[in-house]
Design a protein around this ligand. Structure first.
Ligand code: 9PG
Length: 524
């Protein structure tokens, strides 16, 4: 174990090699910076009181690092920081994979899951220490690719899984001259999670879908979740031996979604590597040049692998194989992905949870204490706290909303989200052209064409051209339940841990998606 004291002799920045590194703090800090493991996991400054364990537990593999999901002391993936009384920040960040940082009493502790590796320690101004950390990460993992950030229309946040060929073809036509570079088809086109072929809602097939998009003068984009599968898929039925198991031989859970249990591929298995490469080539051959690869945490879950390598190295292996197979000329957006192990291997990285047509959901925020589920506040909060990753990868804050249909965001909340997209320089929306009023369509048009000058004035305040925008309203974490909510929280926590309850919830969601679709047909 290596130990350093945080006192006046500690260099402003240094790199040490250790498997376990402890920094002794002279006084208890004011705040702790925690950085969630993957795209959707929370990144935020928090106080030092134990954080409630987010619910439902059944979703831990899909929302946080399952290894540390039940740790209530302040802790963080790869990098943690403390703010001292003086306002100065001490950052402890690893320059390797499979690492975790804890605040234990008066000590900041960094730990490699196996072996040892480098640690970066710096103190000073918050912005300066994070930017120096990013420089060191960049040297080891790579920095931003020099592709221009495309402007994307994505089918998810309006139609969800209720997409089909006639509907999408209609949308693509109706987008008219809106200056999008990519039209991206999201979840809902595939036979199942694991079977990446067109389902019966796309009778003309995937090449026809890509061709239709290309005929509008844009690039075709496609969503896939290549590292996970459901048990009912052909992939799982035919190749159960390709899936990740624990030391006792049981399949490792990759969480629960679409009303089904998810499983993860063992990306060190030679047949899996071959399959992944073939899939990427297939998708390119169909004509898709923009790939949103999602649920990528599946490659880094803990388990016993065919090749005995650390879990995040296994994730990088899968990322490399997919990147190489799709070719460097494809645009690769990684989503639901462990953050540091994805650097240098993708063009863009989702750095927060999903946005939604609402600000915050009381059930998820307060009753389940879950900051990773879709909500505009959750999305801006986590992405703001990951803005320091900007020099390393194109950061994706998720889509912005311009519509009033199927959206309860206030005009101020919508502007905040749009401004945040301008700052991140990642412009996307799912708004259906049919849903936009004339003035909303004009706003979208202006947004897509804009290239404002951006200056960061403070951790959460930016200047966009001559406007100052303050994002502090997204920062507060939900209050813990009180009164009747304590009871509701307990019962909901219990209920939501059951697969059948999530299945019922999924069916209700699907109904709502179909309602959206019907609303669209009516608005024609
Ligand atoms: C398609 C979607 C969209 C979206 C992705 C991802 O349970 N969860 O916590 C959870 C979080 C995000 C999520 C799905 C489930 O969404 O981020 O943009 O592509 O998949 O299914």
């Amino acid at each position: 174990m290596t130990m350093v004291d945080f006192n006046e002799h500690l260099p402003a920045q240094q790199i040490l090699t250790a498997s376990l590194l402890t920094v002794n703090l002279p006084r208890p800090p004011k705040r702790f910076f925690r950085h969630g493991w993957q795209s959707w996991s929370l990144a935020a400054w928090t106080d030092l009181t134990p954080l409630p364990i987010q619910k439902p537990y059944i979703l831990h593999p899909l929302q946080v690092d399952p290894v540390y999901a039940k740790e209530t002391r302040p802790h963080s993936s790869w990098v943690g920081a403390v703010e001292m009384e003086s306002g100065k920040v001490l950052l402890l960040g690893s320059l390797g994979l499979d690492t975790h940082v804890f605040l234990k009493g008066g000590q900041l502790e960094g730990k490699y899951e196996s072996g040892d590796g480098e640690w970066f320690i710096a103190h000073g101004d918050e912005a300066a220490v994070f930017s120096k950390y990013a420089v060191e990460l960049g040297k080891r993992f790579g920095t931003k690719t020099n592709k221009p950030a495309p402007r994307i229309w994505c089918s998810w946040y309006s139609l969800y899984t209720a997409i089909d060929e006639p509907l999408l073809f209609q949308v693509f036509d109706d987008l008219g001259d809106l200056p999008f570079d990519v039209l991206q088809v999201d979840d809902g086109w595939q036979i199942s999670i694991g079977e990446w072929e067109a389902n019966s809602k796309f009778p003309s097939g995937m090449t026809a879908l890509a061709d239709k998009i290309k005929s509008t003068g844009r690039k075709a984009g496609l969503w896939l979740a290549p590292l996970i599968a459901v048990k009912s898929s052909k992939l799982f039925r035919e190749h159960a031996d390709w899936f990740l198991r624990d030391a006792r031989g049981r399949f490792v859970s990759a969480g629960h979604n679409w009303g089904e249990q998810l499983y993860a591929l063992d990306t060190t298995h030679p047949a899996v590597i071959e399959w992944l490469a073939k899939l990427m080539k297939q998708v390119r051959a169909w004509g898709f040049d923009y790939l949103k690869l999602d649920f990528l945490y599946g490659g880094a879950l803990p388990g016993k692998r065919h090749q005995d390598i650390p879990r995040e190295a296994a994730h990088r292996l899968a990322m490399k194989v997919m990147r190489e197979a799709m070719g460097n000329d494809a645009y690769f957006l990684a989503c639901g992905a462990p953050i540091i192990p994805s650097l240098g291997l993708c063009d863009a990285l989702r750095v927060g949870p999903d946005v939604a047509g609402f600000w915050e959901d009381h059930r998820d925020a307060v009753l389940l204490y879950n900051p990773t589920t879709p909500s505009t506040k959750n999305a801006i909060r986590t992405t703001l706290n990951r803005f320091w990753l900007n020099p390393l990868v194109q950061i994706d804050p998720d889509v912005a909303y311009f519509r009033s249909v199927e959206c309860s965001l206030s005009p101020e909340q919508k502007s905040l989200l749009q401004d945040w997209a301008l700052i991140c320089n990642f412009k996307a929306t799912s708004d259906l052209p049919q849903w936009l009023t004339k003035s909303e369509r004009r706003q979208l048009q202006d947004f897509l064409k804009a290239s404002p000058s951006i200056e960061q004035l403070g951790p959460y305040i930016f200047q966009i051209d001559n406007r100052e925008v303050d994002f502090c309203s997204v920062l507060p974490l939900p209050n813990q339940p009180t009164g009747l909510d304590v009871f509701s929280s307990k019962s909901l926590g219990w209920l939501s841990n059951h697969g059948w309850a999530l299945k019922v919830h999924n069916e209700m969601n699907k109904k709502a998606f179909k309602k959206n679709k019907a609303a669209m047909a009516k608005s024609k």
